[in-house]
Design a protein around this ligand. Sequence first.
Ligand SMILES: [Zn+2]
Length: 345
Amino acid sequence: MKMQVAWFHRYGEPEELVLEETNRPTPGPGEAVVRVRAVGVNHVDLDVRAGTARVPIEFPHILGREFAGEVASLGDASGRFKEGDRVWVASRLACGQCEFCWTARDNLCARGHFFGMGLPGGYAQYVKVPLVALRALPAQLGFEEAAASQIAFGTAWHVLMNRGQLQAGQTVLIQAAGSGIGSAAVQVAKFAGATVLATASTDAKLARAQALGADHLINYSQQPAFSAQVMALTDGQGVDLVMEHVGGNVFTESLASLKVDGKMVTVGAHAGEVVPLDIIPFFRRQLQLIGSRNANFAELDTVMNLVAQGRFKPVIHAALPLAQAAQAHRMMGSRDIFGKVVLLP
Ligand SMILES: [Zn+2]
C-alpha cells in the first residue's frame, strides 16, 4: 500500500520539498495509523528544511508537527478509538517517567519526541501515531481548524497564562500579531481579560489584529523605537507583560516597554538571536525576563477545547494541497501573511 508524501532528500530551498510515493506505515501494538486531512505549517518547518534548526534528522525527512485526520487502522484493539474516528494528534510524545513529566512540565521532557522532527510528521497521507498521542476531534471542529490551532494557541496560552501569569485588568504587549502565534495570543489575552497592545509590520495586519480584539495598534515598521508609543498609550507606565517572539531590536524595545516589576516572556528570535542588554535599568526597574517553550499536554487539551467551543478562532491564511508544500513554505517565508498556512494531504 502506497501513499503520497511531500518530503525532502537534502537541506535547501523550498523546492527541495518534492511530492513522491512511499510505503504506507503499518501500526504495531499500541499504535494507530492516521489518515491525515490537514497539517499546519510552522516556521520551524522552514528552519528544519533549510538545515538551520539544529535538529538531527534522517533523509528523506517528513515535516509536519500538528495534524488532524481519521484513524485509518489500529495495531490492536483500543477501548478509546476505532477506525474512522476523527482525531487530532498531540504534537509530541513525552517519556512519562522523568521529574518534568511527573510535575505537569512534560513540555520540558528531555526524552520527548516531536512529530515532523525526530518522528515522521504530517506532510503525508498517513502517519503512524502511538495511541497515547491521539485525541478525539469534536464534531464541530474541522480538520483545517484543528491543524491550525494546537501550536499557535497552545504556545500562546503557555507563554501568557503559565509563564507570564497574565491577570485580568493587566496590560500586555503582543509582538507580531499577524503571525500564527501572535494572532492566537491576542485572543488568549482578551480571554484572560487583559488590555492588549499589538504590533505588526503593516497597517493591514493591524486591522486584522484589531478585529481579533487588540485594543491598541503599533506599526513597528514605521516606528522601530515603539517603546515610546507604548509608554504614551499607558500613561508613561509601560505594560505588565510582553510576549516577545521576534528578537533583535524588537527584543530591546520590548524590554524598554515594561512597567516597573513587569515581565517579558521570550519564545522566539528569528530577527536576531544575540541582543545587547543594559543591566542597570533591568535591576533598578525590577524586571523579569522569562524563557518559554511550547505548551504542556494539559494546556494543549485546554486550548483545543476552547477552540472547539468557538471561544478561540484559528486564523487560516491559506489551505493548499500537499503538492504545493514548497509554495506553502515560500508563503510562510515571505511573512506577507496573516495567520496560519495549512496543507491538505
Ligand atoms: Zn519525561
